[in-house]
Design a protein around this ligand. Structure first.
Ligand code: 15L
Length: 268
């Protein structure tokens, strides 16, 4: 497939671009920063929040099969900043996709779309995707809103869109919470390739985590699309050091984002 990857210079982007190329796909990178050294494939430097710039990228890029949209602030900021970073960028890309006949988006949503879900409400159950959106931050709110936008465009225009609610994307888990939330690099590539190639997903949501023994999220929606995670954070359990904040982080699935330190007015 010929895939436009936004946020291609970021930590997830770099891993996915090389992983998709290794699997035989052609990758076109898009980021606000210039092409990283060693990148193989086309590159565009532009801001996805600028619809004219996005349109120019689609014109210059030529035929695309799909967009993998990773670009966006990966942490908490004010509500307007988050909405621009996640919702406006998604809208600009979706509009360009409709104009240019690109029929699939794989979207980097986040576990923080449901991060305010209390762990004690789950008991021993896994958290599925047919649950109330329960964001823990303005970051999480904007991910929920971006997912809603995908749903609208799937219904209006018949495109396919897979929202991947990513856990903790790291080379290896670094905290006790991470033993539940880790997404390995290799599983991230597996997840995105499955989301790109699953036949007719329509609008779908999956949890982007590895097959962690201590996982909290239901992997069945991902497996239904062909995402077959192979890694398990448990193999790092002996090297992860307990920390003071572990109990506070364990109260909600969003961990630190659901703690009081993130509480602030929306427009500050
Ligand atoms: C995310 O979605 C964030 O982008 C990242 O900064 C981490 O907070 C990660 O989730 C996580 O929950 O570990």
């Amino acid at each position: 497939m010929r895939v436009l990857v936004t946020g291609a210079a970021g930590s997830i982007g770099a891993v996915l671009c090389s992983g998709l190329v290794d699997r035989g796909h052609t990758v076109v990178g898009l980021d606000r920063v210039p092409e990283p050294e060693g990148f193989t494939g086309g590159w565009f430097t532009a801001d996805c929040a600028d619809p004219d710039a996005v349109e120019a990228v689609f014109v210059a890029a030529g035929a695309l099969d799909a967009v993998v949209h990773l670009a966006g602030i990966p942490s908490e900021a004010s509500l307007p900043e988050e909405l621009t970073s996640h919702v406006v960028t998604t809208a600009a890309l979706l509009d360009a996709m409709v104009r240019h006949g690109v029929s699939r988006m794989v979207y980097a949503s986040s576990n923080h779309a449901v991060g305010r879900t209390p762990r004690d409400e789950l008991g021993t159950d896994l958290l599925g995707t047919a649950v109330r959106p329960r964001p823990d931050t303005f970051y999480g709110v904007s991910k929920v809103a971006a997912e809603a936008l995908l749903s609208l465009y799937v219904d209006r225009y018949g495109i396919d869109a897979v929202a991947t609610r990513i856990g903790s994307f790291l080379p290896q888990p670094e905290s006790v919470r991470g033993l539940s939330t880790w997404l390995s690099h290799d599983d991230a590539v597996r997840m995105v390739e499955a989301s790109l190639t699953a036949p007719d997903p329509g609008f779908a949501v999956l949890y982007g985590v590895s097959a962690n023994t201590r996982g909290w999220w239901d992997l069945a929606p991902g497996r239904a699309l062909g995402y077959d995670p192979q890694d398990d954070a448990e193999r790092y359990a002996d090297v992860v050091q307990p920390a003071d904040g572990d109990d506070a982080e364990a109260a909600h699935v969003g961990g630190p984002f659901a703690t009081r330190q993130f509480e602030r007015p929306a427009l500050d």
